[in-house]
Design a protein around this ligand. Structure first.
Ligand SMILES: [Mg+2]
Length: 401
């Protein structure tokens, strides 16, 4: 069997479509609470950025890039390279670089294809970023093909099934303690047993919101706080102690992650776990942080690592007794499905991120719905990724060529 065709689609599900289909904002923005409860932003039309800190640029829409690989036996596999902004950049990388590297290859050479393709751009200084995202999409599409060729779900080819259901946490955000508590209660009402608060406010603001949410949801719900690199080492430790008193499970992204020594100092000072890693795509980027104990929980994103490198990172983490909580964020529905397959086959899996209100909108490029129930994705025996793309729908949302 050989790969004979590659097509890449950069797509955008517009804000209006997203809002009408789910009644909620669709972006991966951390401030996706009610419209009135967001920090001020610089708005560029389709994209925007928070005014109060050096933080990520976000889209008002849902955007990503998917790749369709086809074999000489007419099997079609789909994968996603998470592209929360500028998905046409990723599409070009697929067409100009990934295509020549994958055409003619046997799809069962999954690791060999990734390793060769990674090496193809390493010496040129592209060991991460958009190029590695495209390799992640390619890798997931190869798993989809191999699963369909063998009649097995992707997780059976990626190490086997460790669990039958995937525990999720729902993300939410805001600046007003009462409104964030309302959102928390809404998600608990939908069956979630774990919630993560994206809090783009100062240390005391985080502590106030955290206290309001804990009071509202009670002691049995698992709570986490993501502060998006806005704290200093000392404020992170002070904040962490307040969150420990509220029985929070982890403090996420406290400071600039390139300060590994500072990160390790926070992790050492706190009893609670420190979780980071969504921006890292390879084990090479993770190694020093693991060695220096800068992470208690690693949260790489399968839409950026693929299943192959995602497992390599998880295995390396496991040798340091570090559990895995995969990030999904702005990932589309194929990234969600790939993360479910990864999580089913990951021994040190802990919990997976999920965007409850955006899921139906993301799944609008599929033939059948794909959604969790009562706070879990249930692992199935459907071959490959377990989802099938509706190409007409996808083309409807795709950027023209
Ligand atoms: Mg995060």
């Amino acid at each position: 069997m050989k790969i004979t065709d590659l097509r890449a689609y950069a797509y955008r599900i517009p804000k209006s479509e997203a809002a009408s289909s789910v009644g909620a904002p669709s972006t991966d923005s951390p401030s996706h609470g009610s419209a009135a409860d967001r920090p001020p932003v610089d708005d560029f039309g389709d994209y925007f950025i928070d005014q109060s800190a050096f933080t990520s640029i976000y889209s008002h829409h849902h955007e990503s890039t998917v790749v369709r690989l086809e074999t000489d036996t007419c099997i079609v596999g789909w994968g996603e390279a998470q592209s929360p902004v500028a998905p046409r950049v990723t599409r070009t990388i697929f067409e100009e670089l990934v295509k020549p590297l994958v055409i003619g290859r046997d799809p069962f050479d999954i690791e060999a294809i990734w390793t060769r393709a990674y090496g193809a751009m390493r010496e040129r200084g592209h060991p991460t970023g958009f190029y590695i995202d495209a390799l992640a999409g390619m890798d997931v599409a190869l798993y989809d093909i191999c699963g369909k060729a063998t009649g097995k779900p992707a997780h059976k080819l990626a190490g086997g099934r460790y669990r039958d259901r995937i525990l999720l946490y729902a993300g939410m955000g805001g600046t007003d303690p009462k409104l964030v508590a309302d959102e928390a209660e809404y998600h608990v009402g939908h069956g979630y047993k774990a919630l993560k608060l994206h809090l783009l406010v100062d240390r005391d603001g985080v502590a106030d919101i955290a206290a309001a949410v804990r009071e509202r949801v009670g002691p049995s719900i698992k709570l986490m706080a993501d502060v998006h690199m806005r704290q200093t080492v000392s404020s992170s430790i002070e904040l962490g102690r307040k969150l420990e008193a509220l029985d929070f499970t982890w403090l996420e992204s406290p400071i600039d992650p390139s300060d590994i020594a500072g990160q390790a100092e926070i992790a050492r000072a706190l009893d609670m776990a420190v979780a980071i890693g969504e921006w890292s795509r390879t084990r090479y980027e993770m190694r020093e942080a693991f060695e220096r104990r800068a992470y208690d929980i690693v949260m790489h994103d399968i839409g950026r690592t693929g299943i192959t490198e995602g497992h390599r990172i998880a295995t390396l983490a496991d040798t340091y007794n570090i559990p895995v909580a995969p990030h999904v964020g702005g990932g589309g529905i194929l990234a969600v499905a790939a993360t479910v397959e990864f999580s089913a086959s990951c021994p040190n899996f802990m919990i997976m991120e999920h965007s409850h209100d955006a899921n139906a909108m993301k799944a609008s490029i599929l033939k059948e719905p794909y959604e969790p129930k009562d706070g879990y994705f249930h692992v199935t025996d459907t071959p490959g990724l377990g989802v099938e793309v509706d190409e007409e729908k996808l083309q409807e949302f795709s950027f023209p060529r």
